[in-house]
Design a protein around this ligand. Structure first.
Ligand code: ATP
Ligand code: MG
Length: 430
């Protein structure tokens, strides 16, 4: 029998961001919004739940995500299969098609939020995690591919992150992949003895994905496999070269990784990953690529597109290694009060301060001055206001500087301020 009083815990692989560390998330989110704005990207939000077939079609049946990582369930009301989004792109493209967003111009959009994958939880790998997802829709040229990469480089700079490197590849076009595929399958057939079960299962349905293996025993085989890059035609090569030229212009270093295929099936031409040595095994912080076929695959008019996603947990883990935690005071002003009269006055004064944009906590729950001051200090407020007794009756409040606010005022100094001047006085010192 289950114990009615037993603790209910969070689901494995799904994390809480508590107050304190939560400030880091807010700081990142606001910085990211500003960064994206400077490139003309606008926010869009799609539902967390979508029809399962959006992802099976959009991501590809023979991928890690669709084969084993999706949180899918049958909606008992109408027996439909639904899935918690494992990534943003498919939903964003669906919404663009549904609302005909590309009818008169390209769109630069981003989303930020939770995605869900049923993986084995470990550092940097969770079952609910968060992505910053950025998409340029309706644009075909290598200029936009390069700009997206340059954008990410700017984010590293803004965050003060230095140890990240860029790997690039081109997946060419479908015809080039088809030519490479035959050679790749025959290579896999020659090494069938060392292929793991997953690789054997995929070698005819999606042989390119076999190269994406993390199995150490298969690395040498994968390295020796025929390179898709060598099968690229003139156009794909010149697209790739044009991206590289623009990265050179921007002074961004990169290496060609001919084995990079990325986790999703819909990519073509440019694919890229930003990788770091500072996160242990889960080393990729950002991955992206071009997916010119996806609109058509999802029933829309063909439209070129490219995008990337940053894993926010990995990004924060990395960022913390460069930047100290942000200060996260509970408020600017903490109002200590004693007695009902003082409590009521405190509430009114607090509202006036909030009118001025000052953040205020009115002590709640009573207690001695000593315990209230303890709480004020723990709040990390810069100023405590004391409302009580004769002083209050005489129309003044005590103001105590908990932290040095300006050079004219000493920390821990206590001042008497007439109530009618209090709001102006405090506002000047925050
Ligand atoms: P990996 O090879 O690590 O499984 P992926 O190719 O599945 O990554 P993408 O689908 O490209 O990852 O997702 C974009 C980014 O999201 C990744 O680069 C990574 O930073 C982050 N990410 C992916 N899966 C997880 C996860 N389970 N937990 C936390 N972050 C993740
Ligand atoms: Mg994965």
């Amino acid at each position: 029998m289950t114990n009615a009083f037993a603790k209910v815990t969070a689901i494995r692989g799904m994390n809480d961001a508590l107050p304190g560390p939560g400030a880091r998330w807010e700081q990142l989110e606001s910085l990211v919004r500003t960064w994206l704005r400077t490139y003309g990207y606008r926010n869009m939000r799609t539902p967390i739940l979508e029809h399962t077939r959006l992802f099976t079609r959009g991501i590809g049946e023979v991928t890690d995500i669709v084969e084993k990582e999706m949180y899918s369930f049958t909606d008992s009301l109408n027996a439909e299969s639904l899935t918690m989004r494992p990534e943003f792109t498919a939903g964003i493209v669906r919404a663009c098609i549904e609302h005909n967003l590309l009818y008169d111009r390209p769109q630069r959009v981003y989303s930020m939020g939770p995605v869900f994958r049923h993986e084995r939880p470990q550092r940097g790998r969770y079952r609910q995690f968060h992505q910053i997802d950025v998409e340029a829709l309706g644009l075909a040229g290598p200029d936009i591919d390069a700009e997206m990469i340059v954008m990410v480089a700017r984010l590293w700079k803004r965050l003060g992150i230095t140890d990240v490197r860029l790997e690039l590849n081109s997946l060419g076009q479908a015809t080039e992949r088809a030519a490479h595929r035959a050679a790749l399958i025959s290579h896999l057939e020659q090494h069938v003895g060392i292929l793991d079960e997953e690789a054997r299962r995929r070698m005819y349905t999606n042989p390119l994905r076999v190269l994406d293996t993390k199995n150490p025993a298969m690395q040498a085989m994968a390295n020796a496999a025929p390179r898709l890059f060598d099968y690229l035609g003139e156009e794909s090569r010149s697209h790739f070269d044009a991206v590289c030229a623009r990265l050179d212009d921007a002074g961004i270093a990169y290496t060609l990784n001919p084995r990079m295929v990325r986790g999703l099936d819909y990519y073509n031409l440019t694919v890229f990953e930003w990788i770091t040595d500072k996160l242990g095994a889960q080393a990729t912080v950002c991955g992206g690529g071009r997916y010119d076929g996806l609109f058509e695959l999802l029933g829309g008019k063909p439209a070129p597109a490219i995008g990337f996603a940053l894993g926010m947990e990995r990004l924060i883990d990395l960022w913390e290694q460069y930047a100290p935690a942000p200060a996260d005071p509970e408020c600017d002003v903490y109002i200590v009060n004693q007695g009902e009269e003082a409590q009521r006055r405190a509430a009114v004064i607090a509202e006036s301060l909030r009118d001025q944009g000052v953040s205020v906590i009115v002590h709640a729950g009573g207690g001695s001055f000593k315990s209230q001051f303890k709480r004020a200090d723990a709040s990390a407020a810069s100023i405590a206001v004391i409302l009580a007794g004769d002083e209050l009756a005489g129309g003044t409040a005590s103001v105590k500087m908990l932290r040095a606010a300006d050079s004219a005022v000493q920390a821990n100094q206590q001042l008497q301020v007439p109530l009618e001047n209090l709001v102006a006085f405090l506002k000047d010192r925050i």
